[in-house]
Design a protein around this ligand. Structure first.
Ligand SMILES: [Mg+2]
Length: 276
């Protein structure tokens, strides 16, 4: 069994998700970040989810699949010392870790792929429309020469502000993902499912059942190659499930939201492992 899962808002959550239904005692802090000399805890995982993931990783393959950069992924402490996944996908599929080391063959494939898109990252980034952005644009950043994203002031931002830029990108080999206060500008061929398929084809083999999970439209691309795609009862995919009818028979939606959704997903995956 392979369980390949998105991290943020699928298996791990920020402080604002700790509410009455999930007390501080039920979670552990898994990520710290130092800003202006002050160290803050920025992500949490449910203790039950962590225990379940340990079992999944022991009895099968647990593959973290994230849009985080390599460094942001490595900041998650539990995946450095408690569970050490043999394979991990970062940068939305742009990088693969095998036993903690970057897979160089995949890196070469990605570099060649990036050269084949009509507009490269520097040109795309330089064409970001900077007129009148001072009110709503918080930051604009490139990630590892693969993609870029901006953070916006949600209350002041309207999608129409970037309509022209979106059309320009989409006709030049890019996709735009609106994800709350973050908007990702992603080269079309860079996706989580391509990296996952590479790991399955080159290392694990197709005989294993493949379960995937995710909350955002950058995760749904994993559904076509999966046996089961777990959807937490919160987030973009859940809200817009009707927009993705193609793989409806594969969706397994949780009863719970937030931390409890992550516990439920891992519990279901373990149930499937025991039935295998
Ligand atoms: Mg997510």
């Amino acid at each position: 069994m392979i369980f390949a899962s998105d991290l943020d808002r699928t298996l791990i959550y920020s402080h604002k998700f700790i509410k009455e239904d999930c007390s501080k005692e039920q979670v552990i802090d898994i990520e710290r970040k130092t800003t202006d000399g002050k160290c803050n805890i920025i992500s949490y995982m449910s203790k039950d989810t962590l225990e379940g993931l340990k079992k999944v990783d022991k009895q099968g393959y647990f593959i973290p699949v994230t849009t985080r950069s390599k460094a942001q992924y490595q900041r998650i402490e539990v995946f450095q010392d408690v569970i050490k996944p043999k394979y991990a996908i970062t940068s939305n599929g742009g990088n693969i870790f095998v036993d903690g080391q970057i897979d160089e063959k995949w890196q070469k494939i990605v570099n060649l792929t990036l050269k084949s898109i009509p507009v490269g990252i520097d040109e795309a980034y330089d064409n970001f429309p900077h007129e009148n952005t001072y009110q709503w644009l918080v930051s604009l950043k490139k990630v590892e020469g693969i993609f870029f994203y901006c953070v916006v002031e949600e209350a002041l931002f309207k999608r129409s502000f970037l309509e022209g830029f979106r059309k320009y990108l989409e006709s030049n080999g890019w996709r735009v993902h609106f994800h709350g206060r973050k908007i990702y500008f992603m080269p079309e061929p860079i996706s989580k499912e391509h990296a996952l398929k590479y790991i399955v084809d080159n290392y694990i083999g197709e005989s294993s059942q493949l379960h995937t999970a995710g909350d955002s439209d950058m995760d749904i691309s994993m559904a076509p190659i999966s046996d089961v795609f777990h959807v937490p009862r919160h987030g973009e995919i859940f809200k817009n499930l009707d927009n993705y009818p193609e793989n409806k028979h594969k969706y397994m939606v949780t009863e719970n939201k937030g931390f409890h959704a992550s516990e439920e997903i891992v519990e279901k995956v373990l149930g499937f492992i025991h039935r295998e």
